[in-house]
Design a protein around this ligand. Structure first.
Ligand code: NAP
Ligand code: GCO
Length: 259
């Protein structure tokens, strides 16, 4: 028995047109899962479907905003009708706004919380009833270094990701008895469009992060694939409420001494 096999499983990865979500979806497909994803526009969904096809994956894409509860419920019902009951939910969709807190509008703060924390609540709430009926389920919340640490300009994001860590633990506590495992995946600093501004040539943050990471490099979505398959598979059936950090060692390291 291969405990890491996802054959016959349906994985719904939110915001998986590109970036980390796309990388995780590819990994799940390589382990045998059927891939379902959403994005905010039909253009993005269509573009992603073409990319998945080019990667040999027949994915199912839906236009859906994770903050729209009625839209999420309707999309989950449509997925259950067209594809099947969702076995694995990855709450990946997310944004960041890098603004000094004292300059940040309440509207901007609320938007980050809405997408990064309310969205995972809404999507998890939508899939749990069918997971209970089916007798199993996996929910993976994409947390962050900012689930543990703060830094300048990311107050809303850190508040959301810190809350997402505790939402993960609470879903694990409330639904573990139904054989639903809810865990977090906490990437370190990963090279995606979200962090592109931090990696521009000569950006001081680029040097900073290399010095704060024992691996001395930015991560890639591929670095997350093995840990994600573990959390999505039967190999992790007794792992619940855990945040698995895939950070190259950042959280263990005080940082390289300046020369
Ligand atoms: P990204 O490149 O910015 O991609 C984010 C994805 O989420 C996009 O497909 C985006 O769609 C989608 N999205 C945004 N708002 C949405 C909404 N309301 N409803 C549905 N989809 C929505 O980000 P990423 O770097 O891949 O990060 C993915 C997740 O990992 C996020 O939760 C992020 O916080 C987390 N994370 C990232 C890093 C990192 O270093 N990159 C590290 C730790 C955690 P559109 O393109 O249509 O906006
Ligand atoms: C930032 C980065 C980080 C990463 C990630 C780290 O501005 O500090 O965007 O927040 O996205 O969350 O784990």
């Amino acid at each position: 028995m291969n405990a890491f096999d996802l054959t016959g499983k349906i994985a719904f990865v939110t915001g998986a047109s590109y970036g980390i979500g796309y990388g995780l979806a590819k990994a799940f497909a390589s382990a045998g899962a059927t891939i379902v994803f959403n994005d905010l526009s039909q253009d993005k969904v269509d573009g992603a479907l073409a990319n998945y096809k080019a990667d040999g994956i027949v994915a199912h894409g839906y236009v859906c905003d994770v903050t729209d509860e009625d839209g999420v419920n309707a999309t989950v019902a449509q997925i259950e009708k067209e594809v099947g009951v969702i076995d694995i939910l990855v709450n990946n969709a997310g944004i960041i706004k890098r603004i000094p807190m004292h300059e940040m509008s309440a509207a901007d703060f609320r938007q980050v919380i809405d997408i990064d924390l309310n969205g995972p609540f809404i999507c998890s709430k939508a899939v749990i009833p069918s997971m209970i009926k089916k007798g199993h389920g996996k929910i993976i919340n994409i947390c962050s270094m900012m689930s543990e640490l703060g830094r300048e300009t990311v107050s809303a994001y850190a508040a959301a990701k810190g809350g997402l860590k505790m939402l993960t633990k609470n879903i694990a506590s409330e639904y573990g008895e139904f054989n639903i495992q809810c865990n977090g995946l906490g990437p370190g600093y990963i090279a995606t469009p979200q962090t592109a501004p931090l990696r521009e040539d000569g950006h001081p943050f680029n040097t900073f992060i290399i010095g704060r990471t024992p691996a001395a490099r930015w991560g890639t979505p591929e670095d997350l694939q093995g840990p994600a398959i573990f959390l999505a598979s039967e190999a992790s059936n007794f792992v619940n409420g855990h945040i698995l950090y895939v950070d190259g060692g950042i959280l263990a390291y005080i940082g390289k001494q300046p020369k």
